[in-house]
Ligand binder design. Structure first.
Ligand code: ATP
Ligand code: MG
Length: 173
């Protein structure tokens, strides 16, 4: 009899303790997630062909990004045109898409606090000649066209670019 009357309060205490343990974790987790952002990045064909993919990946890890998705692709011209559709009609569009289809590249989804800006800062200016010392484009880019890396320029672009190359299943963490 005493035993039975103790079961319910004991269960209630257990549930409360469990909820206490779980809640702060899930709340913190949600807050952390709010600040974490994803961006899309490419190690372009020139950097891959020059054997610099490993060095660029090492920098990515050293700067504190989490690599959520990564694969090697050999784009065809049509795929490159679809990816860079925002530049359609510009004088450099044909050269740009031909270059992107000229050899294998590595496409990635990177996660970090403020990942979009953080990755663009690490890449440096579009033109390697104008990129700051210590940036990837300064170190591995050889011309405006062959500038070693790509990065999304905003949240909407990042969403489009990530979905262009990766399925939700490939980005499970
Ligand atoms: P990316 O989109 O590749 O990360 P970005 O955002 O710094 O580079 P964009 O203006 O989006 O620069 O241009 C896309 C790419 O097109 C550049 O990375 C560069 O290789 C090429 N490009 C841009 N402007 C020119 C130009 N005037 N002449 C030749 N190529 C260019
Ligand atoms: Mg761009």
């Amino acid at each position: 009899m005493i035993c039975k009357s103790l079961i319910f309060p004991a269960l209630a205490v257990l549930v409360m303790v469990a909820a206490d343990l779980i809640q702060p974790y899930s709340v913190n987790n949600r807050q952390d997630r709010k600040m974490i952002e994803r961006t899309f990045a490419i190690i372009k064909p020139n950097a891959f062909a020059d054997g610099n993919a490993g060095k660029i990946l090492a920098r990515i890890y050293a700067e504190g990004f989490t690599v959520i998705g990564l694969k090697k692709l050999y784009l065809n011209k049509r795929e490159a045109e679809g990816f860079y559709h925002v530049h359609q009609g510009k004088p450099f569009f044909n050269d740009l898409t031909e270059f992107m289809a000229s050899g294998p590249c590595i496409v990635m989804v990177l996660e970090a606090e403020g990942a979009i800006t953080k990755w663009r800062d690490l890449m440096g200016a579009t033109n390697p000649a104008e990129a700051a010392e210590g940036t990837l484009r300064r170190e591995f880019g050889t011309s405006l066209g062959r500038n070693a890396t790509h990065g999304s320029d905003g949240q909407e672009t990042a969403r489009f670019e990530i979905n262009y190359f990766f399925s939700a299943l490939e980005l499970l963490v």
